[in-house]
Design a protein around this ligand. Structure first.
Ligand SMILES: [Zn+2]
Length: 327
């Protein structure tokens, strides 16, 4: 059913959806949120689900039925990517948001009947020259026989998916979709891609089934700002906490990001470490504590506490959090 990458890397999600997809399609959720750091895998999973839902043959990964081929080529008439770049009505001049005109077009589509299973994939996107990590993702995407909405190999420009954020999917547009999400016509599913659930408004979260999509990619770019001395996490050398904090802030400045953003990258690093230890609930729950400690530091910085003391304080708490655990 699922492409090799998803088969090998998203065990829980694969099993969950396989079960749903072998049952009556009527039970398939009408709204899904896929969240996590890896928008490429989320997008591939969304297309893969759309492919299975529309397949008229045996639902195998190599199926060559018309529907499967359309989805793989990203040209299925009922599998629609909606972003600030995609699915724009002609009279819509907005470039930075998913507009109300776009959500209205979705509603118009839903008003007519369809012989297909309709899947709307809502995400943010950018057309750009991919960086090193994105290149890896694009390669995986192609190896799994899917196609991005825009690929220009010659000029090295590609459509790169990103998680929705409130600035792009503003409340007015999101709200105008609530009714469609709640009572869609039969054979319709909305899939939202986001980094965090909280990037979407509560009324969409409460109407959706939410799934964390883990990633296998070492996000080099993301963890570049984390000082070497901190990559031994959860072990932190208490004696050099000042130095680590200072280096962290300098790295952030060099990378041209704020201290808060740098801390978010540290949280990503912790999440990845937690995922690698997901069979050990005790470790995972301590790591969740650490993520909260970093949230606190971020709010302190927001309320004008200097990054250095905020960071030192957080690192000390993290150190304390692990002091008592036996190796
Ligand atoms: Zn098929």
């Amino acid at each position: 059913m699922f492409s090799p990458y998803i088969n090998n890397n998203l065990n829980f999600i694969k099993n969950y959806f396989s079960l749903l997809l072998t049952n009556d399609k009527k039970n398939f959720p009408q709204s899904i949120i896929l969240y996590g750091e890896d928008a490429f895998t989320q997008y591939m999973l969304a297309l893969n689900l759309a492919k299975i839902l529309n397949c008229t043959n045996d639902k195998s990964i190599n199926c060559q039925c018309l529907n499967c081929n359309w989805v793989k080529a990203n040209s299925h008439p009922a599998v629609i990517t909606v972003s600030k770049l995609d699915f724009k009505p002609e009279d819509d001049n907005t470039k930075t948001v998913i507009s109300v005109k776009q959500t209205q077009s979705i509603k118009n589509l839903l008003a007519s009947t369809s012989e297909y299973y309709r899947v709307f994939i809502l995400c943010d996107a950018e057309i750009k020259t991919p960086n090193y990590v994105e290149k890896e993702h694009i390669k995986t995407f192609k190896d799994n026989h899917f196609t991005l909405p825009f690929e220009d190999e010659q000029n090295d420009k590609y459509w790169v998916p990103k998680g929705l954020i409130r600035k792009v999917f503003q409340e007015e547009s999101a709200n105008s979709m609530l009714k469609s999400i709640e009572e869609p016509p039969q054979n319709t599913t909305f899939i939202f891609l986001a980094r965090n659930k909280s990037d979407l408004i509560d009324t969409i979260i409460s109407r959706s089934q939410c799934f964390y999509v883990p990633t296998n990619y070492t996000q080099d770019e993301d963890i570049r700002v984390i000082p070497q001395e901190l990559k031994t996490y959860p072990q932190i050398d208490r004696l050099i906490i000042n130095d680590i904090a200072e280096r962290f802030i300098t790295n952030a400045e060099l990378a041209n990001i704020s201290a808060e953003e740098a801390l978010t990258k540290f949280q990503i690093f912790i999440k990845q470490t937690a995922l690698a230890n997901s069979n050990n609930p005790k470790i995972v729950s301590r790591m969740i504590e650490d993520i909260k400690v970093i949230n606190e530091a971020q709010s302190q910085i927001k309320s004008y506490i200097k990054p250095q003391p905020a960071l030192e304080n957080a690192l000390y708490k993290i150190y304390k959090n692990w002091e008592t655990i036996s190796p």
